[in-house]
Design a protein around this ligand. Structure first.
Ligand SMILES: *Cc1c(COP(=O)(O)O)cnc(C)c1O
Length: 395
């Protein structure tokens, strides 16, 4: 039988069966509008309240600090707007990193057009932001520091707790995009010292199109979407009740299995990383060797194109990603890889393999059996490779 091995869990995950089961009644049995005062509406409102408590519990927040959104992108955009609330944009400074998701980077570029000053901190060769660089970039008018908890391409975990510590007694707000971290590593807003945190259900076996923004109590919130009085008047629009219910259930399940699953994935991840390094020459492991997401494997293969690699793997039933799903199809190499200091050529030959709940050791063995042959074949066809003497003496 043709293999069909999904190894792109950083792009999205399937919705867990138990999550789907929890959601289904909210489509056609308990279909009330949570704003309605009657019993049908109250039942839906109760389900939303339960999910809010589940999400809050997972990150050590209070339910009233959780706002449901349409996903990670909206949460990220909203966090930036909240930091600017009531301020003159032309006198506002934001610090972020060069390797953020486009939901932060492109939103920051928009804010620059509106007059804000933005500092994009560089990262080291492993993709880590230095805590000192955050301190040094702080100005009296820095309204926000936004640094992701874990990078979606190379899996590097950022020093969130350490950055939180230096911002603790400062008026500057601290936001983290924890979309990749949720369900993968422990997330605790008190321990991390963050004021705002973004998450998205479809990255932890929940449904697509629903996420949340945590906003620490006491922070002035500006509405991002105007209309009805939902989400305590801060995020208008009838709630995505089935989605919110699914998100609550998914986060609860993720909490239950987190330590066991992350240990299992770390073992498989390291087997795959070491196996690739043993079998294939002229490669570079991207991201931090240990401070990385338990499910992330990312390499650059010299002399070949990531897209060609991706499609060859796809033909063998292996679903991976070249760089990140959002940039696949674009010819520009990933901004994350360039920020690591890689040249364009190397950055083009990138491959991201992200493991998940369904990944087995057999899957890893299959990748290790399949990948070296594909890389060799593509290199033999590559003009870049053939310029080297017999394809042997390489840089
Ligand atoms: C996927 C992702 C997002 C965007 O989330 P959506 O729910 O797809 O809008 C933002 N940040 C990171 C780090 C992501 O991985």
């Amino acid at each position: 039988m043709m293999k069909d091995i999904y190894l792109d869990h950083a792009a999205t995950t399937y919705t867990d069966r138990r999550v789907l089961k929890e959601m289904l009644p909210y489509f056609n049995e308990i279909y009330g509008n949570p704003s309605s005062l009657h019993e049908t509406g109250r039942k839906a409102a109760k389900a939303v309240a339960t999910a809010r408590a589940q999400v809050a519990a997972a990150i050590n927040a209070k339910p009233e600090e959780i706002y449901f959104t349409a996903g990670g992108t909206e949460s990220d955009n909203w966090a930036l707007r909240i930091a600017l609330a009531g301020k003159d944009k032309k006198d506002c400074h934001i610090i972020t990193s060069a390797i953020e998701h486009h939901a932060i980077l492109h939103a920051c570029q928009q804010l620059e057009k509106e007059g804000c000053a933005v500092t994009y901190l560089p990262v080291d060769e492993y993709g880590r932001v230095s805590v000192d660089s955050v301190s040094q970039a702080l100005k009296p008018n820095t309204v926000l520091v936004s640094i992701m908890a874990a990078n979606n391409e190379i899996g590097t975990l950022e020093p969130i707790r350490e950055i939180g510590a230096i911002l603790k007694d400062k008026p500057t707000l601290f936001h983290t995009d924890a979309v990749q971290a949720m369900g993968a590593v422990p997330v605790n807003v008190e321990d991390w010292g963050v004021d705002m945190l973004s998450m998205s259900a479809h990255k932890f076996y929940g449904p697509k199109g629903v996420g949340a923004l945590y906003v620490r109590k006491g922070i002035k919130i500006v509405s991002f979407i105007h209309g009805g009085a939902q989400e305590r008047r801060h995020r208008a629009g009838t709630e995505n009740v089935p989605g919110i219910v699914g998100m609550g259930k998914a986060i609860e399940l993720a909490q239950e299995s987190l330590s066991e699953e992350s240990a299992r994935l770390t073992t498989l991840r390291d087997k795959l990383i070491n196996g690739i390094i043993e079998r294939i020459p002229e490669i570079r492991l991207d991201g931090h060797p240990t401070e990385r997401l338990p499910n992330n494997v990312h390499f650059c293969f010299k002399y070949i194109e990531g897209e060609a690699l991706l499609l060859s793997l796809d033909a063998e039933g292996i679903r991976a990603s070249s760089g990140s799903a959002c940039t696949s199809g674009a010819l520009d190499p990933s901004h994350v890889l360039l920020a690591l200091g890689l040249d364009h050529g190397t950055a083009h030959g990138s491959l991201r393999i992200t493991l998940g709940h369904v990944t087995t050791e057999d899957d890893i063995d299959y990748v290790l059996d399949t990948l070296p042959g594909i890389v060799e074949r593509l290199r033999m066809m590559s003009p870049l490779f053939n310029q080297q003497e017999g394809g042997k003496t390489l840089v």
